[in-house]
Design a binder for this molecule. Sequence first.
Ligand code: HEC
Ligand code: HEC
Ligand code: HEC
Ligand code: HEC
Ligand code: HEC
Ligand code: HEC
Ligand code: HEC
Length: 417
Amino acid sequence: MAEKLKNTKLKKNIFALIILLGVCFLVFKLLPDFFSIGAYSPIEPIAIHSNGKGFTGSEACAECHLDIYNTHIETAHFKSSAKANLKTVKGSFKDHENIFNLNDSIGFKMEVRNDVLYQDAFLKSNNAHISSSRFDIVIGSGTKGQSYLKWQDSSLYQLQVTYFTPSNSWVNSPGYPSDQVATDRPIFGRCLECHMTYAKSTERFYKRNSYEKSQMVYGIDCERCHGPSNDHVNFHRKNPLDTVAMHVVKHGDLTRQQNLDACALCHSGVRARRSKSPFSFIAGDSLNQFSTPDYTEKDLKNLDVHGNQYGLLSASKCFKKSDVLNCTTCHNPHENQRDDHIAFNKKCQSCHDSGIGSHRICSATEESKKNSDNNCIQCHMPLTFSKGMKIETSQGTLKAVEVRTHLIGIYVDSLSQ
Ligand code: HEC
Ligand code: HEC
Ligand code: HEC
Ligand code: HEC
Ligand code: HEC
Ligand code: HEC
Ligand code: HEC
């Protein structure tokens, strides 16, 4: 009897123990998940690259890279494309300032109707309306100018009237006729590739000018240079103690040529014979596998200053005689440094003031240097008129845009400037 009682008691204890262990197991297994629900939920991508990786947009980066985010949104890169509205379009919609005279008989009027911006063509003789186009997308931060695109269903076209910053006025888009209202020009992938983070064609090889509206990532944002980073964001939100960056392009690990290519993608002119579609290049890739330069070694010194900083720089002695010089030697890609000549001059001096080895000291006379505040750039990277970028400011008058040459050298005229 006593034996049997002892047995049932033991059985009950074992049973209780098993239940207890079971409950403990469940608590340990489920509790962390339960508590982490509030702390971690993945951020959904805003667009998907053709390689399958997701884009998140820079707002999500601010959570962990606030300083970089805050300066980056002030750059020409970030502002290089956007949805059109009164804040992003630089030209004026105010009475009198909103008129562009194409010629003696045709004018354009920029107007806001129900919060939508339009450019309307009209006959000057009787104000008769000719056509209307919506401003949907802005291309250009407005440093030198802006062009505008419109959607027609899923197709993109460039509008005839462009804004030119140096004259603070509306002008005819480069290459458009000035004797008639033109048919809007279709916008192909190459144009967007240099001014946006991502645009997805409705077709596999970007053959036409039609895109998926929900897959457009405006501006040259973080992920244009660091690759689509949705996995990076979600990994680090989930593993806040991990300090080694995952799933993102690290420029420090790239070779000099890879780093140059990441900028040359858009700063080495219109390259030829592309074997792959726009937007397929990701920083870290080798650019020559995607396209080839449309110039040879011989042409380097005659390249247009607009859009080919890479070609010109690579013809300069500073570049050829140094193993390290690349775009980020002088440019901080996260900051708007326009006109900050003091900062740029310091970069020149960091090599040249030492006079060590082949880093030679400026041999211009002290007097001429003093007269120009010893501004290295003014004499050795002078502003130069572009051969290709010309704007028609008034009918028949073409004005070339001035760009700073990246052919660093000795310019005979520099002393008289
Ligand atoms: C939840 C936090 C978090 C978010 C959000 C985040 N990052 Fe990071 N990131 C990190 C951590 C941690 C590192 C590693 C430490 C460091 O370098 O600061 C890092 C490093 C980097 C690096 C440097 C890699 C290297 O070593 O050179 C880049 C580039 C980067 N992140 C880009 C981005 C971009 C782009 C976004 C937004 C799309 C983003 N990060 C969003 C946490 C985050
Ligand atoms: C996706 C194409 C693209 C890539 C990649 C790119 N750029 Fe640019 N960059 C542009 C465009 C377009 C502009 C003109 C933006 C504007 O004013 O609308 C520009 C402007 C600039 C400017 C002038 C900024 C100003 O204040 O006016 C500098 C400097 C520059 N880029 C340097 C770089 C460097 C350095 C890299 C590589 C780390 C780089 N870019 C990568 C397209 C690109
Ligand atoms: C025009 C290309 C470009 C854009 C746009 C860009 N980066 Fe970078 N980023 C670079 C390059 C190049 C480096 C390496 C810098 C160097 O070598 O000095 C870098 C370095 C970094 C680093 C590591 C070193 C550091 O400075 O802390 C982080 C983190 C980073 N970027 C985050 C971002 C984030 C976040 C954004 C957007 C808010 C962004 N980047 C936008 C090109 C870019
Ligand atoms: C190969 C790359 C590339 C292509 C393709 C390209 N651009 Fe650009 N664009 C640039 C660069 C780089 C700059 C600024 C730097 C310079 O002037 O060298 C620029 C400047 C501009 C500017 C002046 C921006 C400003 O704020 O000053 C406008 C407007 C512009 N481009 C419109 C267009 C349009 C519209 C297309 C397509 C029909 C196009 N671009 C095609 C690279 C490109
Ligand atoms: C990474 C180091 C480095 C930086 C930064 C640098 N240079 Fe140089 N530079 C060199 C070297 C190396 C040479 C070649 C000297 C020689 O001929 O032996 C050179 C040559 C020159 C020459 C002579 C060119 C010729 O054709 O004879 C000038 C002028 C010059 N640099 C100006 C500048 C200016 C201006 C800046 C800043 C915008 C600058 N450099 C930035 C390394 C640099
Ligand atoms: C030796 C220093 C140096 C190097 C290296 C350098 N730049 Fe520059 N860059 C400058 C200076 C100085 C300016 C003029 C800035 C200003 O006036 O605001 C400039 C201006 C620019 C501009 C604006 C041009 C304009 O007039 O609108 C672009 C775009 C640019 N750089 C791109 C690049 C690219 C891409 C590379 C690499 C291939 C590069 N830079 C390498 C010094 C340099
Ligand atoms: C007033 C215009 C002017 C300014 C400002 C100026 N330079 Fe020069 N620099 C010249 C001229 C002109 C020469 C060629 C002198 C000669 O050969 O007699 C020269 C020559 C050079 C050389 C080549 C030296 C040699 O012996 O071959 C270097 C390197 C150089 N400058 C760098 C710089 C740097 C860096 C700065 C800014 C700290 C600067 N320069 C400021 C006009 C200028």
